[in-house]
Design a protein around this ligand. Structure first.
Ligand code: NAD
Length: 525
């Protein structure tokens, strides 16, 4: 059986063990037995048994555990950040940033403002024939939610789904990425420390086999965050079982630089957005579209910043580390080689002190046929395109299979807002980048091949509940006007009711009312 919160499964037939490796050195520092399908089934059964009591716990108490998670995380922030950094290869300050964002999420999902959303709503039906109805809308948990997570923000992204799922009264099975198991296990450990019942949350190490088992074994809803290719498989599996799913997939976000932008500030923002986390961020700017009037001035500013980046495997000094695995580097190199073979030029390249550390790279002369524009690039490559005007910038930005996020850089608020309104993207940031995914109160998610559904904020919380409606008749002994029998005059009387409700002018409405009275005088069938 899969072990509850925070522990690796104790037994199970040999599924591929998963390894935590230090991306800087390749050193394997921990191995975990992977959860088998039987482990997942057992965890699901245990979680399902534990869930009703959790939902029966007053909402305020559930929120208190989330707040306790926040305090426990704050106390252990160094350890958590070190683990994230060691598994992902990101600089310690960025790992701490991930902890900070998770602390924000915990505070948000324990707050009264959010809890109000989960309280039942009571009201009277809106239209006159429904004035006799008392309505109660409640937000009920799905039961057991399956969370399948990626490795690039292994702690924050999973927590930002687990916390609302739990506060809404669900149990959770978390399948962390096979590259970042320890970060996932820490979430479970901290939840247990916070008083969340041990059987309610199960962290299940493993690769795609364990991920697929979450769907096959019958989780009631799936939250998948990962690549487009896997997202399509997950969507197909969920579709075949009619299991609802939220898909947070890849992106190829455009950064649009207008001719009135502050170029120094813009270069700082775009370079941070693209190269932090070694370019492995879903909402990073992955294509820069620069207005032709400033292109020649902007490129040297951008190039200088790319060259100045301290890209090194010496983690404590690093502004940019290696990619998580050699396979990622190989894929990025393929995209880079394709661009150069089709005529792109390297406008700047930063340092690298190891073969597996892909140097931060600025590409100019890129054309729409190149893979760096057509595909998601998940690493430190930044292609730049010259555009004529705002219209071309919008057209090029939208010429992508993806639609996750985008950024607009401009000195004019109205112009930036006008451009933002025309972009096919789940979110747009003006004069900043990336940060939208770290704002606890802001919905996050994409359009087109970037996925469907929303995480974070109230919107993410509402994805964790199914809305239930109870409509109650206030006068239970009084028959309804639309019930059987349909006699000879019923249709005409009903038309009178329609006119009474929607007729033009008072006279037509009153006449309709007079005709409609026959509805109430019909005999029982
Ligand atoms: P991935 O698709 O390779 O793996 C994601 C998770 O899915 C892992 O836990 C993996 O084990 C699991 N998995 C793999 N095959 C599966 C299957 N058939 N059934 C069920 N689960 C399966 O993605 P990754 O490489 O871990 O993450 C990088 C990708 O995630 C990038 O494309 C990035 O843009 C995207 N991403 C998106 C967001 C977002 O919020 N939109 C956030 C972070 C990352």
């Amino acid at each position: 059986m899969a072990a509850p919160v925070g522990a690796a499964p104790a037994s199970g037939p040999a599924a591929h063990p998963v390894e935590s490796r230090d991306p800087a050195t390749g050193e394997v520092w921990r191995r975990f037995p992977a959860a088998t399908s039987a482990d997942v089934a057992a965890a699901l059964a245990t979680a399902r048994r534990a869930q009703p009591a959790w939902f029966g716990t007053p909402l305020r108490d559930r929120a208190r555990r989330i707040e306790a998670f926040r305090r426990a995380l704050y106390a252990r922030r160094d350890e958590v950040a070190r683990t994230i950094s060691r598994e992902c290869g990101k600089p310690p300050v960025e790992a701490l940033g991930e902890v900070l964002v998770t602390l924000d999420f915990a505070r948000y999902y324990a707050s009264r403002r959010v809890l109000r959303v989960l309280r039942p709503a009571h009201f009277t039906g809106a239209t006159p024939p429904m004035w006799r109805k008392r309505v109660r809308i409640s937000q009920e948990p799905f039961g057991v939610i399956g969370v399948i997570s990626p490795w690039n923000y292994p702690f924050m992204l999973a927590s930002a789904i687990l916390l609302p799922a739990l506060v809404a009264g669900n149990a959770v099975l978390l399948k962390p990425s096979e590259f970042t198991t320890q970060s996932g296990l820490l979430i479970g450990e901290l939840l247990r420390e916070a008083g969340v019942p041990a059987n309610l949350v199960h962290v299940l190490p493993g690769d795609r086999v364990a991920g697929a088992a979450l769907i096959e074994q019958g989780c009631d809803k799936i939250f998948f965050t990962g690549s487009e290719a896997t997202g399509r498989k997950v969507a197909a599996e969920c579709g075949a079982r009619l299991v609802p799913c939220v898909l947070e997939l890849g992106g190829s976000d455009a950064a649009i630089v207008l001719d009135d932008a502050d170029l120094e500030h813009t270069a700082d923002g775009i370079v941070w957005g693209r190269f932090s986390n070694s370019g492995q961020t879903c909402v990073a700017p992955k294509r820069v579209l620069v207005h032709q009037a400033v292109y020649d001035r902007f490129m040297p500013v951008l190039a200088a910043r790319v060259r100045a980046l301290n890209a090194t495997t010496a983690r404590d000094a690093s502004e940019m580390g290696p990619l998580i695995r050699p396979e990622q580097t190989a894929r990025l190199r393929g995209q880079y080689d394709d661009a150069l073979a089709r005529g792109a030029e390297v406008a700047a390249a930063g340092p690298s002190d190891a073969e597996h550390l892909f140097p931060p790279t600025l590409l100019a002369g890129v054309t729409p046929d190149m893979r760096v524009l057509r595909e998601e690039t998940f690493g430190p490559i930044l292609p730049v395109v010259r555009v004529r005007d705002d219209d071309e910038a919008v057209a090029r930005a939208n010429d992508s299979a993806y639609g996750l996020s985008a950024s607009v850089w401009s000195g004019s608020r109205s112009r930036a807002l006008a451009v933002a309104a025309r972009l096919d993207a789940g979110s747009v940031v003006i004069n900043d980048s990336v940060i939208v995914a770290g704002m606890s109160d802001v919905p996050h998610g994409g359009v087109k091949a970037s996925g469907s559904g929303r995480a974070h904020g109230v919107w993410g919380l509402l994805e964790c509940v199914r809305t239930k409606t109870v409509v109650e008749e206030r006068l239970p002994r009084m028959r309804q006007a639309w019930w059987f029998p349909y006699g000879a005059g019923t249709r005409d009387a009903f038309d009178g009711a329609v006119a009474a409700l929607h007729g033009r002018g008072l006279f037509e409405r009153l006449r309709g009312l007079w005709r409609a009275r026959a509805l109430l005088r019909r005999p029982r069938s």
